[in-house]
Design a protein around this ligand. Structure first.
Ligand code: PLP
Length: 495
């Protein structure tokens, strides 16, 4: 059965998966959504023991239906290979009584690698399938992790260029150095004087700028996106929730069809939406526990039904979640509005004009499976320290937000279903925050000394991604005002 993709704000026009991946964002400013989410029509029992790559194929082939089996398997095999430092790709580890799905074993040690190691292959395959001859320019806004993962994926990929915008003062030192040392003639990094929301809105505005689009086409370029607004990022992310469920079955932790919960440290709402899609495909997930840091716009939304971004933006120690406009929530809003593009568009227009919108009671009712809460900076640090002391396991700051929220959830609901916590980054990416949470004595140490101390403490080797930046040369130094983003793109492209 062919799955087609339409815009959450559109007039019902449908395109293939490969075209949706190429376009990234729909022309009306909406996001592409599949017209149906097919069930994984194989009994889960039959998938037990299968490799990550095989599970990824099972999931992706249901949704990216205009890719041939050969094309998809080719993309999957090129993506999930020795770039990951474990053959399991996404190991599920049990520490204390929590299950952590470690999504940080790829080349940039954050969960973004799960999708961004395959997106370049999907995109170049899609270009070939659709006879695209323009050079594809990937425009990306990053809260710290997407930028590096996307550049690592697209570096020197023929026919592509990638431009990344990041908040100059809103990422961790390791995140910044990872980006600024990126190799590849086709990569550009721009630090902006603004926050992630400014970067993301700026990128979306460039996408919707018709005049700019014409100039670009004239010069032989076309834009696409590596943000989770691109459906080509969301679909590969569904696979690891299926995989995690199978791992729980395999190890006898759950029975077949037993319901589980998932906890997802959330920013742009991409990762948790992938979990929601996994449920639609048949994985028995009872609750989606949405964990926020002090930028708790989603917590308030789940409490009240009102999404309101008019508030102070906090820079936290979990910078990849410092977001007030969670783009992918639009896909859920569209869904709970009964796939009504008109209703959804009205709400999104309110968000863009007034910075807020309110959903109806009827829509709110459809959000019962979601639970939102948040952890402040102190609770997050305390969680890192406690988990380390109790189990010897070191959480990064984002995963710690997830764990802290999970504990609140359990206390509040007494729900003891088995629960998978998405572990979204390696602690090595946020070494300073992690180490000082464990012990104040680390405060005076310099960054790479902390790295070595962490390796010793956690009894794990320093990841390759960190070794690489120890001595790497800084290759990028471009900065721009938010108002100059479009200009900067033209300058980089030489138009
Ligand atoms: C991007 C990111 C998140 C947030 O994921 P979303 O899909 O944007 O909700 C959480 N943690 C880390 C480490 C990230 O890089």
């Amino acid at each position: 059965m062919a799955v087609l993709y339409g815009s959450t704000r559109g007039n019902g026009e449908k395109i293939t998966a490969s075209m949706a991946i190429l376009k990234g964002l729909a022309e009306d400013g909406g996001l592409f959504v599949p017209d149906c989410i097919p069930a994984l029509d194989v009994p889960l029992k039959e998938l037990l023991g299968k490799s990550y790559q095989e599970i990824a194929y099972q999931v992706m082939s249901r949704l990216l239906t205009d890719f041939t089996e050969e094309e998809l398997k080719n993309c999957i095999n090129k993506a999930y290979d020795s770039k990951f430092d474990t053959p399991e790709i996404a190991p599920l580890v049990k520490k204390g009584n929590s299950y952590y799905l470690e999504l940080f074993h790829g080349s940039t040690i954050a969960f973004k690698d799960m999708a961004l190691s395959i997106l370049p292959h999907l995109l170049t395959t899609a270009a070939k399938k659709n006879g695209v001859t323009n050079e594809i320019v990937i425009l990306t806004a990053t809260s710290g992790d997407t930028g590096k993962a996307a550049m690592a994926g697209f570096a020197d990929v023929p026919g592509t260029r990638i431009i990344v915008f990041y908040p100059k003062d809103g990422v961790s030192p390791v995140q910044e150095k990872q980006m600024l040392t990126q190799k590849g003639e086709n990569t550009s990094v721009v630090g902006i004087y603004g926050n992630f929301d400014d970067a993301q809105t700026g990128v979306k505005n460039i996408f919707n700028d018709k005049e700019m689009k014409e100039k670009l086409t004239g010069a032989g370029f076309q834009f696409s996106s590596a943000n989770s607004i691109n459906i080509g990022r969301l679909v590969p992310q569904i696979a690891y929730y299926v995989y995690a469920y199978l791992k729980l079955m395999e190890s006898g932790e759950i029975q077949e069809d037993e319901q589980i919960n998932v906890v997802v440290p959330t920013g742009n709402f991409g990762n948790i939406l992938a979990a929601y899609y996994a449920k639609e495909m048949g994985i028995p997930i009872a609750r989606f526990i949405c964990a926020s840091n002090e930028n708790k716009v989603l917590y308030d939304f789940f409490q009240t039904g009102c999404y309101d971004r008019n508030r102070d933006f906090h820079l936290t120690n979990s910078p990849s979640m410092d977001i007030l406009i969670s783009s992918n929530l639009e896909r859920l809003i569209y869904k709970i509005a009964g796939n009504d593009t008109e209703k959804n568009r009205t709400l999104m227009e309110q968000l863009s004009k007034e910075g807020k919108y309110e959903i109806t009671e009827e829509m709110k009712e459809k959000l019962q499976e979601f639970y939102g809460n948040y952890a402040d900076e102190e609770e997050t640090a305390k969680t890192i320290q406690q988990v380390y002391e109790e189990t010897g396991y070191v959480l990064d700051t984002h995963t710690a937000v997830g764990k802290a929220v999970y504990e609140k959830y359990k206390k509040e609901t007494q729900d003891d279903k088995k629960t998978v916590i998405a572990s979204t980054a390696s602690p090595f990416k946020f070494t300073r925050s992690v180490m000082t949470a464990i012990d104040k004595k680390y405060e005076g140490m310099e960054d790479f000394q902390l790295v070595d101390e962490l390796a010793e403490l956690a009894k794990i080797p320093v990841p390759q991604a960190i070794e690489e930046i120890r001595t790497a040369k800084v290759r990028h130094n471009r900065t721009a005002q938010v108002s100059q983003m479009a200009e900067t793109v033209m300058e980089i492209l030489g138009i």
